[in-house]
Design a protein around this ligand. Structure first.
Ligand code: 4HQ
Length: 251
């Protein structure tokens, strides 16, 4: 799968391509990323990519012509391309969207700066408008990296070994279980004994309980929309029983 970030700051992506899972995916030829400078598609001597907004007001708007030329040029060279605009007006990005986007042959990620891009680009040349959350960024570049990172992890064979188990964590709709590493006692706090026991069945049960209860306490909205299996409902019922006993004792 290829990713082409359209940006006036292509250097921002250099560190990103060169670390961790994204780097490994490049080395294994699972992804073919690049950052293309919108300025390369300007036709004027000063390579201007922005202009003042019609109707007045402060700030600048990204001019449509270089963006349109860039998107069309790239889409012509690469078949099966989907275009993504990073904008606070977009659908809030989530794991399901990451999985869907990972099915496309390639993505062009349009990164705006200033007050955003000319509306006529959104209407005609953009397939998906995506927001990474309800806050204001200075530019779309960081948002594009977030999307590329999450989508890359969904491409088959990109996650090796240890990370592979993580595939069915958020995709299972629950938060990950608590994690511990050495030392066995840190500042007086012990690692849960079951994790040291070597009883794999019990460890799996403990981890499921950790997942379900962390999700209940930290993200009850996720539990609400998820369909729970027998084990998960039993865990909630067990804790409901514990809570009811405490409440009864205070009557
Ligand atoms: N932007 N999720 C780019 C964002 C944003 C977000 C603000 C996008 C500035 C020019 N992008 N414009 N949140 O805040 O994706």
């Amino acid at each position: 799968m290829y990713f082409i970030a359209l940006t006036i700051f292509p250097e921002m992506f250099d560190l990103f391509w060169n670390h961790g899972i994204v780097r490994r995916a490049i080395e294994h030829k699972k992804i073919f990323p690049s950052a293309v400078n919108i300025r390369d598609y300007t036709k004027d001597r000063h390579q201007v990519t922005d202009d003042r907004p019609y109707g007045g007001g402060s700030g600048m708007v990204m001019k449509p012509e270089p963006l349109a030329a860039a998107i069309r040029d790239i889409a012509r060279k690469q078949s099966g391309t989907k275009t993504v605009l990073l904008t606070p007006q977009g659908q809030i990005f989530n794991q399901e969207m990451a999985r869907t986007l990972a099915l496309s042959e390639g993505l062009i990620l349009v990164c705006g700066r200033y007050e955003g891009i000319d509306e006529r680009i959104c209407d005609d040349l953009i397939h998906y408008e995506i927001s990474i959350g309800d806050y204001v960024l200075t530019g779309g570049e960081l948002a594009a990296m977030v999307v590329i990172d999450a989508v890359t992890r969904q491409i088959p064979d990109v996650l090796g070994g240890e990370d592979a188990a993580e595939m069915d964590s958020f995709s299972d709709g629950l938060l990950e279980h608590a994690q511990y590493t050495r030392p066995e006692i840190f500042e007086g706090r012990e690692v849960p004994q079951v994790l040291l026991s070597g009883h794999h069945r019990e460890i799996e049960n403990w981890r499921m309980e950790s997942s379900v209860m962390r999700t209940l306490l930290k993200r009850p909205d996720l539990l609400q929309k998820k369909s729970l299996n027998r084990q998960q409902r039993d865990i909630l019922a067990k804790w409901r029983h514990k809570i009811e006993k405490i409440l009864d004792s205070h009557k």
